[in-house]
Design a protein around this ligand. Sequence first.
Ligand code: GDP
Length: 431
Amino acid sequence: PPVVAVVGRPNVGKSTLVNRLIGRRAAVVQDTPGVTRDRVSYDAVWNGRQFVVVDTGGWAPDAQGMAAQIAEQAELAIAAADAVVFVVDTHVGVLDDDDAVVRVLRRSKKPVLLVANKVDDQRAEAEAAAMWNLGLGEPHPVSALTGRGSGDLLDAILDILPEAPREAVEEGGPRRVAIVGKPNVGKSSLLNKLANQQRSVVDNASGTTVDPVDELVEINGVVYRLIDTAGIRRRVKEASGHEFYASLRTQGAIERAEVCIVVIDASEPLSEQDLRILTNVEESGRALLIAFNKWDLTDEERRRYLDREIERDLVQFGWAGSVNMSALTGRHLDRLGPAIEEALAGWETRVPTGKLNAFFGRLVASHPHPVRGGKQPRILFGTQAQAGPPTFILFTSGRMDASYVRFVERRLREEFGFHGSPIHLSIRPRE
Ligand code: GDP
């Protein structure tokens, strides 16, 4: 789905607005400066259209060098977005810091929607109208706090979103691969290795336009589009809040990719951050390949311990493929290509409805749902709503226990594979 970034100075109400846009009523707004949030993007639906809202409100710059940092924040958010919502505080008016963002917005060719926030009365309405002079088109007066104007704003967002998601534009082009992982695990080393292997065939072979932040590389004779390599090559480490930028970019790269290579430093203990990135890939519904890098630095003891860590912390990603590799020595680099293809195949698996229901029929007969309150929930009918990732709708009589749903999911995998891909089950009970 297309990505909408919400940008603006600190305290203009970005987070409150994001909560409005995604329809989260009892939202906790944490605008603590310097706080890096785990999640920066959220799924939103309006009038049946899906889009992703990126919240840049989790980070606020230091007092010093504010304008420059806000501009940088905006620049990164804009790069990752298909459209931008620029928020200004109507009570305070337009400050120099806002102007810094406006300059970035003007330079970018992304569609922009100007939001005059905190419009709670007539006087504020007039001040909002004055923002026409920013040169960003019509100001949209809203009150993120009360929800005033948020419906109109959502309509306006849908209007400026690109018609087709950019994924569709590239249909048939090279598959989109993101290399993600926490800092220093070897992403850029891997990228360089892959880029060095590329032959001249790679340049625009299929006549596709390549985003300047992407690169085409050839792996095992197949051309792939590596997403946001600029983000890997250009390290944003100068500014404070760089972790926030990094997670924002990572999120953007995951959203744009079909398959993600999550690079993990095998010589170091698994960390929360590794798990967060893996979870992010799963929740985003992307195919996943885990690259345990720096294998050359592991000894027997470390490998034994890694096995235990995998058993303990990575069980929920048991469906993913993995490669034990070294970007330094080139060990098992040749296994990446086949593993990527396998993950994509799993991701795109389509099970015909007849086959699916024959399977459910056998499953219900051999392993019926336990009786609940004198009734026995049953799977009546199932269908695969989409592939990439495989998504199933199950019509059931009565509500099924979560544990039974997990059991069904496990059995689905045993039967049909989906190796390397998350799968999604949507249960529709018919009472
Ligand atoms: P990034 O931040 O994820 O892009 O990580 P880099 O690619 O910059 O790598 C961080 C450090 O790890 C650098 O000093 C690399 O030379 C080193 N490194 C990367 N991959 C390997 C590997 O497979 N083996 C070893 N021994 N070092 C590696």
